[in-house]
Design a binder for this molecule. Structure first.
Ligand code: ASP
Length: 415
């Protein structure tokens, strides 16, 4: 029996192959319907299992992680390093997008009339920056039970942070609760191990559907833009992030990709950083030697706040839409795109196509028609694959970087 890692890679290739073969079969053929039905079922069960474990896993891992960081007086350092890492990698991602979009000018040759109908029949939900902030901050603090049942990850993170800090500041008095949390976390990780065994089937099923259901003629029309987004996102994932990893932790890209492979493929197939989170945590801890206290803090936070691929995409897409409608964005307007895309990606939850919702804010900020989202939606499922994988890669690199930096600082203080 090949290792799980190998099984996942074989399954992903098979998924793409079967999906491609299926795309040549007429829509009403029995075999196509049967295979698509089975893949929908298997894919939904896999995602359902990941979602089932998600909230209890991030809750306990943050409580236990923060408690042990605080016990070692490391919370502050981890927190600051994490934020600096998130902001700087997001900024780099958007720089890559803006430079590439200015050089290659995607959308400049396409005629808007081609899309006019799609835009006319689509009413985008308006989202201003002030509304966005209001929504973001009011959602941070919620009744924990509401947050648990709605799967509002950021609110769960916030409550767990409070609890972790309170547990340690109470000292010995709460030692039992902390121990229960540690045992609970251990249990959750055991279940993640079981779910992982189903990953090859789940990933194959998701990829079959994804590939079989693509509208090829639309993809051809938008080819220039799609290639640009893929190329820049891959550049960020294959050059920028590994360079940061090497500069800070002296680790090679191969070491990273080998260790993070399962998480990256899951992110690619599910298009959801949140769904991939249980697997990212496992990869970071088991394969990349990141301590639970660091991985349990950086990864859940990163899955909702640190989205390099999404930020890059939103910036590139805004320039694409501008070219399409024939508006030349000035440098100042591009800076507005830069900052709003950064905020928008931070606020996007780690679920499929979440970036599309917050993208409206970026378009509106520079006066572009929000309805242009209608042009991007049909190709989004495809673009979401690579950007989610890079989002997750950014989080995993972040956990290694944060651990290295805090360990170094600690050694300097104690040494
Ligand atoms: N699907 C992305 C993620 O989960 C978010 C997005 O860009 O739509 O990371």
């Amino acid at each position: 029996m090949p290792s799980l890692n190998r099984q996942i890679i074989i399954a992903a290739c098979l998924g793409v192959l079967i999906g491609w073969l299926l795309s040549g079969v007429p829509d009403d053929a029995g075999i196509r319907e049967g295979v698509l039905y089975a893949s929908t079922l298997a894919g939904s069960v896999f995602i359902g299992l990941l979602k089932m474990i998600l909230v209890p896993l991030i809750f306990t891992s943050i409580v236990v992680g923060v408690a042990s960081l605080r016990a070692h007086h490391q919370v502050h350092r981890v927190w600051v390093t994490t934020l600096v890492y998130f902001v700087s990698t997001l900024a780099l991602a958007m720089l890559v997008a803006l430079v590439a979009a200015n050089i290659f000018k995607p959308g400049a040759g396409l005629s808007l009339s081609l899309f006019a109908e799609a835009m006319e029949n689509f009413e985008a939900r308006q989202l201003t920056i002030s509304e966005f902030f209001l929504h973001f901050f009011t959602n941070l603090f919620q009744n924990p039970f509401t947050a648990f049942s709605n799967g509002s990850i950021l609110a769960v993170v916030v409550f767990a942070l409070f609890l972790g800090i309170a547990l340690v500041s109470g000292g010995e008095r709460y030692a039992n609760i902390l121990q229960v949390m540690e045992e609970f976390l251990d249990l959750m990780l055991r279940i993640v191990g079981w779910i992982m065994r189903l990953a090859p089937i789940g990933i194959m099923a998701l990829l079959i559907r994804l590939v079989a259901e693509q509208d090829v003629s639309l993809l051809v029309t938008m080819l220039g833009f799609i290639v640009l987004v893929f190329a820049t996102t891959l550049f960020h994932g294959a050059v920028v992030l590994p360079a940061i990893l090497y500069a800070v932790a002296r680790r090679s890209p191969l070491w990273l990709w080998r260790g993070a492979r399962e998480a990256l493929i899951t992110a690619f197939a599910t298009s959801s950083s949140a769904a991939a989170l249980p697997i990212s945590m496992r990869c970071a801890e088991h394969n990349l030697d990141v301590r639970q206290s660091v991985a349990g803090f950086v990864l859940p936070l990163g899955a909702t706040m640190n989205m390099d691929g999404t930020a890059l995409y939103e910036a590139a897409a805004a320039l694409f839409v501008a070219n399409l409608v024939g508006i030349e964005l000035s440098f100042a307007q591009q800076m507005v795109v830069f900052f709003t895309a950064m905020i928008a990606s931070t606020g996007a939850p780690g679920i499929p196509s979440a970036g599309m919702v917050t993208m409206v804010m970026v378009l509106q900020a520079v006066g572009l028609p929000a309805e242009a989202i209608a042009i991007l939606l049909p190709i989004d499922r495809l673009l979401d694959t690579v950007r989610t994988a890079v989002n997750v890669e950014g989080d995993i690199v972040g956990s290694v970087v944060v651990q290295t930096v805090t360990d170094r600082a600690e050694a300097r203080v104690t040494g």
